[in-house]
Design a protein around this ligand. Structure first.
Ligand code: ADP
Ligand code: MG
Length: 696
């Protein structure tokens, strides 16, 4: 149960004075949620300085001015389309206040002739005259002195159809309801960092006194960001601790089966692969459960590492499962693994939910009886009715396509099986910590030997003819090429249309040698095309981004990406990873349509300069900032409201240490600080972690 002091924060917006259903909806759209908390986490992005301007003569066009002026006279409009003008002045000059569609009685009351009013707004030049259209504030001097006109006003990210004043008022109202909460921070850390208390931090963040206060490193903002990161890290640590305490099993064998497969391989393992495998086997040999992430770029050779680990489980008399995000990938894994496994006398079978009933029944029986050693499949593996005789190792490929729940669901099939998660999305260390804080990490930073860097070129699309001419030459020389068509604003129909058009154009140039795959094709049809691309003569495969994940055609050496400026850095890197998978030289051509934004240009430059996935990931984070980390959603990374991982990375590391220490001292969070920390977890809705605590 959520602690009662937090109730007001989780109240719906219409509980605020002046916030009705319509405004609440607009605010919810803006802040991403309909509760007071969401509003409070909507922090200012700028400020307006309304410090008094000395005089009209000192006011500058296009700038904000706050002026004490005497109302001289009103000039009502002569036609409906004209504005109402009010002439005002001070000792140094005159200014016209301009109002469209305003009621005369209201204006006369607002600006009584002969009286002095303080007006604040943006000044514009109108011929020789200065004017102010719809001043933000018109107040009597004494009211202005009493705070009716803030000297500095926060400016918030806005949405259409919302008046800044209404947002400001709603946020002020919400701030008044903020409770005082017991401090959850370590006092030493708090004083060392000179951070304010939580309530004060929130108030300060909403009342910037200067632009320095808007910086992510301003102390109030840092404190709020830290709270969020601490909640994240503590929640992960709680869950991880519980998982570790569950008994695992000891898998300790001679490695004879794996050795048999190693003999079959046409290559030897790289040092990075050997190290990763040793780490995995070390975990498996422990009585506690393994929870490990195997991170490595596309083509870094994760699959073989996973296979060798699986064979250890099988040698121990148990079974292993490999779950992939798509059917295509599952089939591909089977094609790689089955022959190798068979050489070691191990049966591998596919389970995707698309098998014929009879085949499916046979597979299920084989799994239940333990005759099938390795199950490879999609999420169909975690469905009800799938039972293993003894699942000891669950491997999950491309984890970012799955949620944590599915990861746990597969592990649960084995009761206490070890879990190995494989990710081809190299993400920065900071993100690893937040997304996989509950996992140990092995990295394959080194590529298998003989791989050459993919020669990457960035070209404007008006050089398309040169590109197709070069493509023709490469085809004649025996190359296979991918041609990836742009993503069009989330519309699959448009994506497909663009791909079809390109397919038609290329097919005219290279008749009979151009294939097409896209997301709207039936899986079976797609596979026919993919197979003929893989096994057939040199050709071009036009594709939407369906080829992004894991397609393995080692003979493909050319990758053309159209409208590369529309893709994210990580995505382009993944696409490029489809080529350069053999010892043959490979080329990647990134076509862009000018004009491109500076960020897009920077992205393309990074790609041209490096093929190190981890470096690219770091650059990606820097370029996009965490606020706009495209792909964060699909990667299953938590979206932070207050913390920005691009700038608060150091805080994250600190929060991770903090969380570890907290649980060492007070594993159940029952002490005084522990209880405050529970409130923190509730505040950031890490309720699941608290349930875990309760379950013990
Ligand atoms: P990932 O799953 O990490 O994208 P894969 O496991 O599919 O990479 O490996 C990519 C290719 O590299 C495969 O064809 C694989 O057989 C090959 N490979 C793996 N390890 C090595 C190695 N040590 N030396 C040479 N080739 C390797
Ligand atoms: Mg793979």
């Amino acid at each position: 149960m959520r602690p009662s002091p937090l109730f007001p924060l989780f109240a719906d917006l219409p509980t605020l004075p002046g916030v009705g259903a319509t405004l609440a909806k607009t605010l919810a759209r803006l802040t991403g949620g309909g509760r007071l908390l969401d509003l409070l986490w909507h922090l200012p992005s700028g400020l307006i300085d309304r410090t008094a301007t000395p005089s009209i003569v000192a006011a500058r066009p296009h700038a904000m001015a706050t002026l004490a002026v005497r109302v001289i006279e009103h000039a009502p409009p002569r036609s409906r389309r004209q504005p109402w003008r009010v002439q005002c002045g001070d000792a140094t000059g005159e200014i016209t206040l301009v109002f469209f569609n305003a009621r005369s009685d209201w204006l006369m009351k607002l600006l009584p002739p002969g009286e002095t009013r303080v007006v604040s707004g943006v000044v514009e030049a109108y011929g020789e005259m200065l004017q102010m259209v719809h001043p933000d504030y018109v107040v009597p001097q004494d009211e202005a002195d009493e705070g009716g006109l803030p000297a500095i006003e926060p400016v918030y990210p806005m949405t259409t159809g919302l008046a800044p004043k209404l947002l400001l008022k709603a946020i002020r109202g919400a701030l008044e309801r903020v409770p005082e909460l017991d401090e959850w921070l370590d006092p030493a850390l708090k004083s060392r960092r000179r951070w304010p208390g939580w309530r004060e931090a929130l108030a300060t963040a909403h009342a910037p006194g200067s632009t320095a206060d808007l910086e992510p490193h301003a102390s109030a903002r840092q404190r709020l960001a830290y709270d969020e990161l601490l909640a994240n890290q503590l929640a992960l640590a709680v869950v991880r601790r519980r998982q570790r305490r569950q008994p695992g099993r000891v898998i300790k064998v001679t490695g004879a089966l794996a050795e048999r497969v190693l003999q079959q391989l046409p290559f030897t393992l790289t040092a990075a692969q050997r190290l990763a495998l040793a780490e995995i086997l070390g975990d498996m040999a422990q009585p506690s459960r393994m929870l490990r992430l195997l991170q490595g770029d596309v083509g870094s050779g994760k699959t073989v590492v996973a296979l060798l680990a699986m064979l250890h489980a099988i040698e121990a008399g148990a079974q292993a499962a490999l779950m992939a995000p798509t059917e295509l990938l599952a089939r591909q894994h089977l094609a790689t693994i089955a022959p190798l496994a068979e050489a070691a006398g191990v049966r591998a079978a596919l389970l995707t939910g698309r098998e014929k009933e009879s085949a499916r029944r046979a597979t299920l029986a084989g799994l239940a009886a333990g005759e099938i050693g390795i199950a490879i499949g999609t999420h169909a593996l975690v469905q009800e009715g799938v039972a293993f005789r003894d699942l000891a190792l669950a491997v999950i490929d491309e984890q970012h396509r799955f949620g944590v729940e599915q990861r746990l669901a597969l592990a649960a099939k084995g009761g206490c099986s070890d879990v190995l998660v494989m990710s081809a999305t190299p993400i920065p260390r900071t993100l690893t910590l937040t997304a996989y804080g509950d996992l140990d990490v092995s990295r394959l930073a080194e590529k298998p030997p003989g791989r050459q860097r993919v020669d990457t070129r960035v070209l404007p699309v008006d050089r398309l003819d040169e590109v197709t001419a070069a493509l023709g030459r490469m085809l004649s020389a025996g190359a296979k090429a991918y041609w990836v068509c742009p993503l069009v604003e989330d519309s699959e129909a448009l994506d497909v249309a663009a791909a079809e058009e390109r397919h038609a154009a290329l097919a005219r140039l290279f008749p009979g040698r151009v294939g097409l795959v896209h997301g709207r094709m039936k899986t079976a049809d797609r596979e026919v095309v993919m197979r003929s691309f893989r096994d057939g003569p040199p050709s071009v495969l036009v594709a939407t981004t369906v080829i992004e994940v894991g397609v393995d055609v080692p003979a493909a050496t050319v990758m053309v990406v159209e409208h590369a400026e529309r893709f994210g850095l990580a995505q382009l890197h993944q696409l490029r990873g489809r080529v350069g998978r053999s010892t043959a030289a490979a080329t990647c051509i990134l076509l862009y349509a000018p004009p491109v934004t500076e960020t897009a240009r920077a992205r393309l430059t990074v790609l041209r300069e490096t093929d190190d996935g981890f470096r690219i990931a770091e650059e990606d984070l820097k370029l996009r900032g965490a606020g706009d980390l495209l792909g964060v959603k699909q990667s299953g990374l938590p979206a932070f409201r207050l913390a920005d991982l691009a700038v608060h990375g150091e805080l994250l590391a600190c929060a991770a240490d903090d969380a570890r220490l907290i649980l060492e001292r007070d594993p159940e969070l029952t002490g005084e600080r522990g209880r405050a920390l529970r409130t923190l977890l509730y505040l950031f809705e890490r309720d699941a972690a608290i349930r875990t605590l309760r379950a013990g």
